[in-house]
Design a protein around this ligand. Structure first.
Ligand code: ZN
Length: 135
């Protein structure tokens, strides 16, 4: 076994380092402001680029999960209701778990593609694993 392990280690050390976004994925934190009857996520654009996801897709997920409609205002997302930071960050965390992190290796270097009306395919660029996600 020792020989096999050292062989593997040797092999891995020779592999070219993959271009990924780092060992540990940092969950983005929404910068939330409640003004009047509306809630604004001020760093929505930054969150989506961190997740490497289409803001429209992430917004659709949030509207559905929070059961609140909303609209874009520049780089911000405005929800038509009062929502605290906790429910928003919880939904972002579940979005990341469901639709960003690879089910096999846990890395965030994945692509999401819609394959059917309610089915998405998640493909990992780090390990090549594919999984399907239901909307
Ligand atoms: Zn993977």
């Amino acid at each position: 076994m020792d020989d096999y392990d050292s062989l593997l280690n040797d092999l891995y050390s020779k592999l070219p380092k993959k271009k990924t976004s780092g060992e540990r994925f940092e969950l983005p934190v929404a910068d939330v402001a409640v003004v009047g009857a509306k809630t604004t996520i001020r760093n929505f654009d930054a969150i989506c680029s961190h997740l490497r996801r289409d803001p429209k897709e992430v917004a659709k997920y949030l509207f559905k999960e929070l059961a609140i409609p909303g609209a874009f205002e520049g780089n911000r997302l405005v929800l038509q209701g009062r929502v605290g930071p906790k429910p928003i960050n919880d939904r972002i965390a579940s979005y990341v778990k469901d639709r960003v992190l690879c089910k096999e290796c846990g890395r965030p270097d994945t692509d999401l593609a819609q394959v059917e009306r309610n089915v998405y395919a998640l493909k990992c660029q780090a390990c090549g694993a594919k999984s399907s996600v239901r909307a």
